[in-house]
Design a protein around this ligand. Structure first.
Ligand code: SAH
Ligand code: SF4
Ligand code: F3S
Length: 442
């Protein structure tokens, strides 16, 4: 039996790339395994967004190169953003890698494995612009949710970020192909899709004319029968205009959640980051969004300790978080990325100061998350049931807002259930399932 082991780091784009590689290889008769020591092919799908993620890529590839010495038939694929960054150079650092695969060439994994067998290592990191880079065999391994790529790359060049250098310029996928893929997924049992891209709000299918924007794409997907929910990630605050806001009101399947990374609450830092908006402009757009969609949940990303960040800048960020009313935030310590311009800036913030500011920010947000969750106790939430929760006897699903709900009671996977919320923790709600008539199923 041919087996494949995949290890994934980084964002949802990377998770989806791993799924795509698994689907392609399963078409070649490979079965997934959790044990690298049993695998014929080991894939390390790497991320380079922060220094720590890059280091993880090297330490795991080091482990598999050692493992290969004891298992000579095994083949190693080094993919993702560190593969893109290092290219051929990685081969001289680690002996035994068979394929070096850039993110735009994921769809070629099977061919590359074939040629690697014949001619030593294959290196495929030349950016590939064709539409088939998005191709993904529809292979539902039993889930009710699926990712669908709608665009790739980034034209923004925020000064701290390495992503544009590794994923290249923005390329949108044709709407027709997206719709075909979503229809096929729905046919295989999927109820919820998450549209993926580094900047989904810049989506534009040029072959269909200038107006084929994310709004129009959502309108087409909203009409697909059997599809229950549509999410999209990640949005850029600069693109949050009235048209996009209208999508939440106009299309019932678009979930009440927006991930809208702000990165800092200080205008001085935002300028240095070259984010292209002020805190005031962000707050104005957020205000319009909340007015049009009162039940929306908004989440965000923050970078703490950008070069030259002062205590005043940090206080501005904390104040910003207190005002924004986020459901949750992801906050990261600033990490120097050699390709990104900010790495040349002087006045780096000391690691202990960054650690303290991060704790500070996270504890402020935790209080706000608890406040929002507490306000939901006693309400009934519509939950798409995803399956059993980790704790026995409970099931798990999500609300339209993306909040995790663990509940007691019986419900079918893939069904939409009404859950009365009785309690909450720092990252989930807890409740009991009622049937449609409101009767307790127990
Ligand atoms: N395209 C998305 C996601 C980019 S990467 C966006 O524009 O928001 C995901 C997150 O990683 C970013 O939002 C940012 O908060 C964080 N990040 C990116 N570069 C970083 C760096 N050099 N150090 C620390 N965090 C970083
Ligand atoms: Fe990176 Fe900025 Fe592009 Fe996001 S928008 S991927 S943070 S450069
Ligand atoms: Fe990481 Fe590349 Fe995603 S750097 S965050 S895997 S785009």
């Amino acid at each position: 039996m041919k087996k494949v082991y995949v290890e994934t780091y980084g964002c949802q784009m990377n998770e989806h790339d791993s799924e795509r590689m698994l689907a392609i290889l399963s078409g070649r008769g490979y079965l997934r395994t959790d044990r690298p020591e049993d695998a014929g092919v080991v894939i390390v799908n790497t991320c380079s967004v922060r220094g720590k993620a890059e280091q993880k890529a090297y330490s795991s590839i080091g482990r598999y190169v050692e493992l290969k010495k004891r298992r000579p038939g095994m083949r190693i694929v080094f993919s993702g953003c560190v593969a893109q960054q290092e290219g051929e150079a990685i081969l001289s650092r680690f002996e035994g890698i068979d394929v070096v695969l850039g993110p735009s060439r994921v769809h070629m994994i099977d061919e590359l494995l074939d040629t690697a067998g014949l001619a030593g290592s294959s290196v495929a990191v030349e950016p590939y612009g064709g539409q088939d880079r998005f191709r993904s065999p529809v292979k539902n391994f039993g889930g009710v949710k699926a990712y669908v790529t709608i665009m790739e790359g980034c034209d923004h060049f925020c000064t701290y970020c390495t992503v544009p250098y590794l994923r290249g310029r923005e390329v949108s996928r044709r709407a027709r192909e997206i719709i075909d893929e979503v229809e096929a997924l729905v046919g295989s049992g999927v109820r919820e899709v998450t549209l993926l891209g580094q900047n989904v709000t810049s989506y534009r299918d040029a072959s269909e004319g200038r107006d084929m924007t994310l709004y129009y794409l959502l309108s087409l997907l909203n009409d697909i029968r059997g599809l229950e929910r549509i999410r999209f990630i990640t949005s850029h605050p600069k693109d949050l205009d009235e048209r996009l806001i209208a999508a939440f009101a106009d299309f019932g399947k678009v979930c009440r959640h927006m991930h809208l990374p702000v990165q800092s609450g200080s205008d001085r830092v935002l300028r240095l980051m070259a984010r292209g908006y002020t805190t005031q402009a962000y707050m104005n757009s957020l205000g319009k969004l909340r007015k049009a969609v009162p039940d929306i949940a908004v989440t965000s990303d923050f970078i703490v300790g950008f070069p030259s960040e002062t205590e005043d800048d940090h206080r501005d960020t904390v104040l910003f978080v207190k005002n924004a009313g986020y459901d949750n935030i992801f906050s990261f310590k600033y990490s120097d990325r050699p390709l990104a311009r900010a790495s040349k800036l002087e006045d780096k913030v000391q690691p202990d100061v960054i650690a303290r500011r991060l704790r500070d920010l996270q504890s402020v947000q935790l209080g706000l998350t608890r406040y929002i969750y507490a306000s939901l106790v006693g309400t009934t939430q519509r939950v798409l049931v995803e399956g059993n929760s980790k704790r026995q006897g409970r099931m798990q699903g999500r609300t339209s807002q993306g909040r995790i709900v663990n509940f007691e009671g019986v419900a079918d996977k893939g069904a939409v259930a009404d859950i009365v919320i009785g309690d909450y923790s720092d990252n989930a709600l807890y409740g009991r399932c009622m049937n449609r008539e409101g009767r307790d199923v127990h």
